[in-house]
Structure formats: C-alpha cells, structure tokens
Design a protein around this ligand. Structure first.
Ligand SMILES: Nc1ncnc2c1ncn2[C@@H]1O[C@H](COP(=O)(O)OC(=O)CCCC[C@@H]2CCSS2)[C@@H](O)[C@H]1O
Length: 285
C-alpha cells in the first residue's frame, strides 16, 4: 500500500478489510438503535439494482454480503451500535481497480499470529462489468428513490461537503482523531511475529531469527538471534533494547537505528552490517 500510495483507514465499525477507490460506492444507514435493520437495508439496495437492471442476479447472503451470479461479492457490510443510535454501512463495487484490490489485500508477511477477527477473502466483481450501461449516478439515484419509497419520504438528494464544519459540527476533530497514529495503528489488536530473515551480505546469506510481540502498535518484546561472528552480541542487544518500547513503524525503526549508530564507535564494516539488519527489520513493518 505504501508503494502504491494507498492510505490505510481503521473503521470504528470493525470487521474485515476492504479496498476503496472512486469505483466503489459506500452507503451508510444512520438510524435509531431500535430501527437498525441490516437485512432490510441490503434488500433495499438489491431492489434498487433490479429496478435499474432487471437481469442482474443479485442476492443478500446470511453474512450480509451481496453476491452477483451467486458467487461474486459486490458488497460487504459492517456496523456500529451505540446506546441509542446505530449505523450500518456497506460497500458497492461498481468500477474499482480489481488488480489493485486483490494485490493490496494479499499480505506478503509470514509468521504473524493474532486473535483478531480474520478477514474473509472472496471473489469480487464490479457491477459495471456485468452491465456496462450502468453509472454511479444511476445507482445512487435508484437507491435514493427506493429509500424514499420504503421510508415514505420525499425523493430528494442533498449533497453534503464532508469537510463542512457548519453542516457537520466537530467533523474536523473527528477527522484528525481517525487519522492519528494512535487510532490507525495504536488500536491494532495484539499480535506477534516469528520469522527468519535471510539477510544477503557480500555473496552470503545470514539467517536472522526475529521474534516480536506488538501491543497497542508498539514493540513489547523483541528478540533477534543471529551468528555472533556477524554482529557482536553487545551491538545486537543495543538494537534490541532500543527497539523494545518503540512504535512498530519503519520510519521509527530507521530513526532509532541511525541515532544509535552515531553513538556507537564501530568501524564501517559493522555500520554497514547494522544498517543492513535494520533495513531488513523495517521490511517486516
Ligand atoms: N470494496 C469492496 N466491496 C466488496 N468486497 C470487497 C471490497 N474490497 C474487498 N472486498 C472483498 O471482501 C473481503 C473482506 O470481506 P470481510 O467480510 O472480511 O469484510 C467486509 O466485507 C467488511 C465490509 C466493510 C464495509 C464498510 C462500509 C463503508 S466503509 S467499509 C476482501 O478480502 C475482498 O475479497
């Protein structure tokens, strides 16, 4: 995601990871908690889709996905229940970049363990692939119309600028809160990594065993096991000590390692081994 400059967001509603770009519509149903009804909302969307394009084979599953042709996911759901209010939101894949979607949702990392609720990968399809005459505007309008009919309100769409404080008081503070490291990474469920890095150094490969426990986004326990003749144990423990307690974040690790290196009276050879090790460590993050 970093390579592709794709931002990461953590939802308050929890659940699996989804991909968004402008080819994906997000729909949110804000209600009183008592009126919270995911199935009704999804059926409303399906009805609107069929009204637009009667030949579409779309249905809602018991895990609140919407499937196309009985097998392709076009919508995923999440929800948040408050004491008196609630919201249910869902995606609607229209014309998203499927290549980017699948490549960013595949993790290149091995050896990660956590008790977090796992994401449930699915085959996806864009609605516009099935019916190329559809447009996002048509879908939004059809859903709004179906909503108005079912909820007996006027069919009337109000465009809202999501950054407008006068319409949404407090929105900029909420935005900051949701963009902060403390929310995006700090609330990550506890996880551990146990892996072996194959560090390539001057025509040879050094096996480095790394074990990390990460809680609230910070490295709580760090163990690095490598051949003593490659990096002296004293140097290795300097690194381990400085990593412990730091954010599980590549920039943070690089800064720490560079600062530490300045105060370590080692030769160039040791410096380059140290840098190489740190570089490999940051690739885990
Ligand atoms: N945009 C989008 N739409 C539908 N399905 C998707 C999408 N992106 C990824 N996926 C597929 O769903 C699984 C994850 O499914 P999973 O069931 O694990 O999670 C969800 O569905 C969560 C939906 C959250 C909806 C919110 C509504 C407004 S903001 S986000 C993923 O691995 C892909 O295979």
């Amino acid at each position: 995601m970093r390579q592709k400059n794709i931002k990461l967001a953590r939802r308050r509603s929890g659940g699996g990871t989804v991909y968004h770009d402008l080819g994906n519509i997000n729909l949110t149903f804000f209600t009183a908690r008592k009126k919270y009804e995911r199935m009704e909302n999804l059926k409303l969307i399906v009805k609107a889709l069929k009204a637009l394009s009667p030949q579409l084979d779309v249905h809602v599953t018991d895990r609140y996905d919407i499937l196309l042709d009985g097998q392709y996911k076009i919508s995923g759901t999440a929800a948040k229940l408050g004491r008196t209010t609630a919201y249910h939101h869902c995606t609607l894949l229209c014309n998203a970049d499927k290549f980017v979607l699948s490549s960013v949702l595949k993790s290149p990392y091995k050896g990660i363990k956590s008790n977090a609720t796992p994401s449930v990968p699915a085959s996806v399809k864009n609605l516009f692939e099935e019916d190329s005459s559809l447009t996002s505007e048509m879908l939004l309008d059809a859903i709004a119309e179906e909503y108005a009919t079912q909820h007996q309100v006027d069919h009337h769409i109000t465009l809202v600028n999501p950054a407008d404080e006068t319409v949404l008081p407090g929105i900029s503070n909420k935005t900051k809160e949701l963009q902060a490291w403390e929310w995006v990474y700090g609330k990550t469920p506890k996880f551990s990594i146990s892996t072996c890095l194959n560090v390539v150094y001057k025509d040879s490969v050094i096996d480095v065993k790394v074990d990390l426990d990460v809680k609230h986004g910070k490295i709580e326990v760090c163990n690095i096991d490598l051949p003593e003749q490659w990096l002296p144990p004293a140097l290795c423990s300097e690194l381990v000590n400085s990593f412990t307690g730091s954010k599980f974040c590549p920039n943070e690790i690089t800064t720490l390692a560079t600062t530490l290196l300045r105060v370590c009276p080692q030769d160039d050879e040791m410096h380059s081994r140290w840098n190489l090790l740190c570089e490999n460590m940051t690739r885990l993050m």
